[in-house]
Design a protein around this ligand. Sequence first.
Ligand SMILES: CC(C)(COP(=O)(O)OP(=O)(O)OC[C@H]1O[C@@H](n2cnc3c(N)ncnc32)[C@H](O)[C@@H]1OP(=O)(O)O)[C@@H](O)C(=O)NCCC(=O)NCCS
Length: 285
Amino acid sequence: MERQDFRFFHRLRVRWAEVDMQKIVFNAHYLMYFDTAITDYWRALALPYEEAMQQLGGELYLKKAGVEYHRSARFDEQLEVALKYSRTGNSSMVFEGAIFRGEEWLVGAELIYVFANPATQSPLTVPEALRSLLARFEAGAATVTLKTGDWLTLGPDAARVREAVFVQEQGIAPALEWDEADHSAQHVVAYNGLGQAIATGRLVRHASGVGKIGRVAVHHALRGSGVGQSIMSALVNEARQVGEAEVMLYAQRSAQGFYLRLGFVPRGEPFDEAGIAHIEMFKTL
Ligand SMILES: CC(C)(COP(=O)(O)OP(=O)(O)OC[C@H]1O[C@@H](n2cnc3c(N)ncnc32)[C@H](O)[C@@H]1OP(=O)(O)O)[C@@H](O)C(=O)NCCC(=O)NCCS
């Protein structure tokens, strides 16, 4: 098995609790490594696992796992868990896994999942939407599509993401979340391969030559996989296209690092908005 056979990798470091007296990884831990990697695999597909399975009408259950040990990993080593979707039967889906230390192949695995009704655990045919999504991902296709438009077109999808992130998760009062600016704003919504809205943001005119980005939100399960960055570049491009000279935003302090990485610079003192600490940040276009 070679690294280039895979396009998905999950990186991990071996911990003390995972090694035995010989300081090599105890064999049972490799299954946990593969299981952790599978969660990341769904994230790489831009599928929030729970909502995705709900839409597909079933759940995936691990039916059989075969592990083959070639070499041992040791304490504190950095490993890469590679996974790929290999084939689908009727209700089963087969994934191949491999663990690498650099170029070295340490462990191989075959994981067979069955798509089944969660109430009865009886097998169901794997939906075509899921098969083709997996095949497209393995062939190198993008997993996220961005759409730009007004509130009339994208409002319901943008609202679903914002309701979950700002109202439910962050506890922002609905009266503060929904405002008039939504009707004049350009909205961007990111969709996954099942057509589910997973992230959003908006651009409004703040002053002459200045666009204001706001309401940037990514589904909690898909954070840290680059979706927020794609939303931001679409909004900044949009501002450029309408001829703004600057874009600014009020960043939640916890997201300041995210905007700094994208070239935004803080301006002025932190302040409180909707009970959350913010700071103004801007970027010259
Ligand atoms: C903030 C948010 C929009 C970022 O989106 P995301 O999809 O998680 O971010 P990405 O995966 O595109 O990250 C891009 C880069 O920013 C970094 N980053 C992401 N969130 C960060 C944060 N809160 N602080 C510091 N860095 C962060 C990532 O590590 C990544 O860095 P890298 O390119 O060096 O690897 C998202 O976490 C979110 O919706 N949070 C809750 C709502 C919120 O806070 N919205 C902002 C309101 S102002």
